[in-house]
Design a binder for this molecule. Structure first.
Ligand code: ATP
Ligand code: MG
Ligand code: MG
Length: 406
């Protein structure tokens, strides 16, 4: 294993000590959910080896990983044991035991992106502070330690006021909106109280939500994918359209903010950058994920190099691939569980069957052990000659299946 203190520009040639195939370094991924599964899928054609650490015996990546170690990525000894079999460690989720990653890195284990990046990102308040310090445009924010601070935040930022938990946030599960000072206590309570670690964000009255996947090589060089538009439902990503229907100048501004954000992080990999486009054209950063991202699923069918292949290339120090689209338009629909168990499964299967009959549509099923409402269980990507066509094809799929999640 190479030391993180060594030359930052080291490439796979340094990592791989034998001549077996492209690279015989084992990539160890903390997490074996759908993102880990798609990393395994991307590794397969190149003969790369991806091991995953996940507590669920039936985790989505389990069936196709080179090796699935059943254990928690939040458990120090499980992470340590897992790391022994890997040449480079990376993540598909940021809610991991970062202290152990830090310790491993100081012992010479290669961790990409760097534990410092994961530490910054896993605490959304630290993340905001880091980006503010680096002059990345953001909505105003303030730490909340007690009700006085919340009332003061409401006075300064106005309402609605977004309250967020600092840690363990995903799919909007750490967010609560207070519409007036009377609703502050309720929002705080919904999030588990001030002890959980909260902060407030000024409301961003966005016109659209945009996202950019940015790949960062081991030498710090950046390669960005096109700007896409994301649409959320109940705080969960619903659809992604690529490229976003925005003026070129707006796309350029979005890329600039995204690259500025990723440029001030550390280590290699792909990063999912979520942005707000305000009515006056201003771009604000929402948050960054230090890993492949839901808004980049479309790259599997629509880009020369998928975000998953790109992540593997980046962490292994292989040359970064071409992020350009190879099709004029793409749309992605997340499949969320509609109902518990059998009923949810039947509805989702109907949607998959409807999709495979449509040209340009690809289905992805994550093989999760059970279907639960509002949980991501698969997605569909449709590529085509223009935005209208892919939208129409998606509408046909959804309508034919009687899918109510749309
Ligand atoms: P993810 O699954 O993307 O990690 P998350 O739980 O980290 O989600 P955020 O990205 O912070 O949550 O917020 C989820 C959604 O809530 C955003 O995509 C956006 O639609 C809305 N949102 C977040 N912050 C604000 C804000 N300051 N003003 C208005 N809307 C916001
Ligand atoms: Mg998030
Ligand atoms: Mg988000």
């Amino acid at each position: 294993m190479s030391s993180v203190d060594e030359d930052e520009t080291d490439v796979c040639g340094d990592l791989c000590t034998t001549t077996e195939g492209l690279c015989n370094t084992v990539v160890g991924v903390l997490g074996g959910g759908q993102l880990g599964r798609m990393l395994c899928q991307a590794a397969s054609p190149m003969g790369l080896k991806v091991d995953v650490l996940d507590p669920l015996p039936e985790a989505p990546a389990s069936r196709i990983a080179h090796r699935h170690e059943v254990g928690s990525f939040k458990d120090a000894s499980a992470v340590r044991i897992f790391a022994r079999g890997c040449g480079v460690l990376t993540v598909e989720i940021e809610h991991v035991d970062v202290d152990t990653l830090d310790a491993l890195a100081s012992e010479g284990v290669d961790v990409e992106p760097r534990p410092s990046t994961i530490r910054i990102i896993q605490d959304k308040y630290l993340q905001k502070e880091h980006f503010a310090k680096n002059e990345v445009p953001l909505a105003d924010f303030v730490k909340l330690d007690d009700m006085d601070a919340a009332i003061q935040a409401g006075r300064t930022f106005g309402y609605p006021l977004m309250i967020k938990s600092r840690k363990m946030a995903y799919d909007g599960r750490g967010n609560a909106v207070a519409h007036s000072v009377d609703k502050l206590a309720e929002a705080v309570q919904v999030l588990g109280g001030f002890e959980r670690g909260l902060y407030a964000e000024k409301w961003a009255p966005f016109q659209k939500e945009l996202a950019v996947m940015v790949a960062r090589g081991r030498d710090g060089s950046l390669r960005s994918y096109p700007v896409v538009e994301t649409a959320h439902k109940d705080n969960i990503c619903h659809t992604v359209e690529a490229p976003a229907a925005i003026p070129e100048a707006t796309a350029k501004a979005a890329l600039k903010v995204a690259e500025k954000a990723v440029g001030c992080l550390y280590g290699a990999g792909v990063f999912g950058v979520e942005l707000f486009l305000l009515p006056d054209g201003e771009i604000l950063l929402n948050e960054v994920a230090p890993r492949p991202h839901n808004s980049g699923h479309y790259t599997i069918e629509a880009c020369a190099t998928s975000q998953y292949e790109q992540h593997l290339r980046a962490v292994l120090g292989l040359p970064l691939g071409d992020p350009a689209m190879k099709t004029p338009a793409a749309i992605m629909l997340n499949i969320l569980g509609e109902a518990e168990g059998e009923a949810g499964m039947a509805a989702a299967h109907k949607l998959l069957h409807s999709a495979v009959a449509v040209p340009g549509a690809s289905v992805h099923w994550y093989e999760k052990p059970d279907v639960r409402p509002q949980r991501k269980i698969g997605h569909i990507t449709i590529v085509g000659p223009d935005r209208r066509t892919v939208r129409r094809r998606l509408a046909e799929i959804v309508q034919k299946a009687g899918w109510t999640g749309d």
